[in-house]
Write a protein that binds this ligand. Structure first.
Ligand code: DOR
Ligand code: ZN
Length: 334
């Protein structure tokens, strides 16, 4: 039987939530990945070193015996000061996440005006300390144009902070690819859903809230361009699932929470996709090597073996409807 081995997979964009949902979802990533960059958009947000360290403890407890490294991030609020960033660095927190206020789930405490002097001062400190800035790059304009409208902010930041490593999270628009290529200090993550689905999966038939996420899925042209970037293992792009679990009841009945839960199956979905496009040999770079280079991460001893044998994706995991719910994927974990 055909098998592949993935060494030291990293998920560079992950939502683990908090107790009790944390206990349901953490094990999937902990089992299949060496490490993951954990998003801080809890309520209240993880905006202090103390909150980040206690959250890390809860994550590690939820991960049990799996050898897994949660990479913690701090939520960039307007009140973040240099001493907090300095202490973060001292305790090994290397990431700061910027949410424009109101852009997505848990962004109420985000930044109203990214190019405001107060925020630029914070970014100066982040650059000085050598921390990595991860950005949800969307304006508050028309939903299909939000990412492109945010390009001017990335341009300004990339030019003003040449020594700051900036990550353009979850690319969804084909126009963003050239921007990432243009600046040597700009990198990006790609999700499985943005390279496999389009807006028609949300609204093309009956309304499907389980494929609703931010940034919204876009056109087939966007999807295909992003897919080509992933398949080619472009060295500025790494995998970040943006697995974002919400209970079914909060997705349905008009509640419409944004987020797609993919953690249990992302490696299977990626294997199927890369095989279909005859690029399986590039999956290792996309799932790990690129991230190791971009974020200076260690190669761990973890190896995940997959075999070419069908897996039936459950309709739900503990009340959460996953990506590819009820579908059969062509690869299995061994
Ligand atoms: O769809 C999304 N869900 N996009 C985000 O940026 C946040 C995430 C969440 O936390 O649910
Ligand atoms: Zn996210």
């Amino acid at each position: 039987m055909e098998t592949i081995s993935l060494q030291s997979p990293y998920d560079m964009h992950l939502h683990l939530r908090d107790t009790p949902l944390l206990e349901s979802v953490a094990k999937y990533t902990a089992q299949y990945f060496s490490g993951a960059l954990v998003m801080p958009n809890l309520n209240p947000p993880i905006d202090s070193v103390e909150l980040a360290l206690s959250y890390k403890d809860r994550i590690q407890n939820a991960c049990g015996d799996y050898n897994f490294m949660p990479l913690m991030s701090l939520y960039l609020t307007e009140g973040l000061d240099r001493s907090v960033l300095q202490r973060a660095k001292e305790v090994g927190i290397r990431f700061v996440k910027l949410y424009p206020k109101g852009a997505t789930t848990g962004s109420q405490s985000g930044v109203s005006e990214v190019l405001d002097n107060k925020i630029l001062q914070i970014l100066e400190y982040i650059q000085e300390l050598g921390l990595i800035l991860s950005i949800h790059g969307e304006s508050n304009g028309f939903s299909l144009e939000r990412e492109a409208e945010f390009h001017s902010v990335f341009t300004e930041l990339a030019e003003s902070f040449p020594r700051l490593k900036i990550i353009f999270e979850h690319l969804s628009d084909h126009r963003s690819i050239a921007l990432v290529e243009k600046y040597s200090n700009l990198f990006a993550t790609l999700t499985l859903h943005h390279i496999t689905l389009s807006l028609d999966d949300v609204i093309g038939g009956g309304l499907n809230p389980h494929c609703f996420c931010k940034p919204i899925l876009k056109t087939p042209k966007d999807r295909d361009a992003l897919l080509q970037v992933a398949l080619s293992a472009h060295s500025k792009f790494s995998f970040g699932s943006d697995s974002a679990p919400h209970l079914k009841e909060n997705k349905e009945n008009g509640k419409g929470a944004a987020g797609i839960f993919s953690a249990p199956l992302v490696l299977l979905g990626l294997a199927e996709l890369f095989e279909k496009h005859k690029r399986l040999e590039n999956l290792q770079s996309f799932i790990s090597d690129n991230a190791q280079h971009i974020y200076s991460l260690p190669k761990s001893a973890k190896v995940i073996n997959l075999e070419k044998k069908p897996t039936q994706i459950p309709r739900e995991f503990d009340g959460i409807v996953p990506l590819f719910s009820g579908r059969e994927l062509s690869w299995s974990y061994t």
